[in-house]
Design a protein around this ligand. Structure first.
Ligand code: UDP
Length: 239
């Protein structure tokens, strides 16, 4: 049998950049496949999985607006970028034999299901992975707020923030500060007060107000995601 896991339902949030590998842009199929295998290893434990993927590997609203584009238009482009990433991840998961649904906050029925909360819950109960795309469907938000919103709506027990090149939350950037201190545990308020890099502030506040724990862990460490579900591994707990 499988090791007992205390989590029955989780949401995995990854940035768009996690999918681009060393290319510096877009989707790198071997990287997408590697992440899909990490997700499968947790799905194999019987854990119900939601996913939210960013869009920063393709387009970021703030970048567009800095170049003179209207912010709302640029944000819609960013949301559409997350749909492309969601479809890429769906393809990789389905290639591993896992049933998935891409559920978009912006209706595009030919490409993805519309978001209907009860229907999404049903998919999870049937062990389908729900990939929530197009963020919250609203400009001025981020995929971090989308992750927190969907995790609350789906009654997930925690958000797993899969990071690249870092194994948790530090008091300062560990890449430029060799004396940076890693937290095993840190409160939402300390994250906000010290502006620690976990999620944007609105997403942290939404998690705090709904007592939704965040687990920040290295997604590039093979087996890292599964080991936490199995009660081990390296991570920072924010609660
Ligand atoms: N976005 C948005 N509303 C949302 C989610 C995302 O407007 O609810 C836009 C926003 O422009 C953002 C882009 O989509 O810059 C990509 O998402 P994000 O920056 O969160 O991606 P990540 O940094 O995680 O790759």
């Amino acid at each position: 049998g499988h090791p007992a896991t205390k989590y029955k339902r989780v949401l995995l949030k990854i940035s768009g950049e996690a999918l681009m590998g060393d290319q510096g842009f877009g989707l790198h199929p071997p990287t997408v496949e590697r992440i899909a295998k990490e997700v499968k290893s947790v799905h194999d434990l019987g854990v119900e999985i939601c996913m939210v993927i960013g869009g920063g590997n393709i387009f970021r609203g703030l970048q567009g607006s800095a170049q003179g584009m209207e912010r709302t238009t640029a944000d819609y482009m960013g949301m559409l970028a997350t749909v492309m990433n969601a479809l890429g991840m769906q393809a990789a998961l389905e290639a591993l034999g896992i049933h998935t649904r891409v559920i978009s906050a912006i209706t595009m029925n030919e490409v993805a299901e519309p978001y209907i909360r009860r229907r999404a819950v049903r998919h999870l109960e049937k062990k389908r992975i729900c990939i929530f795309a197009a963020g919250t469907g609203n400009p001025y938000f981020t995929t971090d707020t989308a992750a927190t919103l969907r995790a609350n709506e789906m009654a997930c027990e925690a958000i797993f923030m899969g990071k690249n090149g870092v194994d948790g939350v530090y008091d300062k950037d560990p890449k430029t500060n060799p004396d940076a201190k890693r937290y095993d545990h840190v409160s939402y308020d300390e994250v906000l007060r010290k502006n620690l890099k976990v999620m944007d502030a609105s997403a942290i506040a939404l998690a705090r107000d709904n007592k939704l724990p965040l687990i920040v862990f290295p997604l590039d460490a093979p087996g890292g995601f599964r080991s936490i579900l199995a009660g081990e591994g390296t991570y920072t707990l924010v609660n």
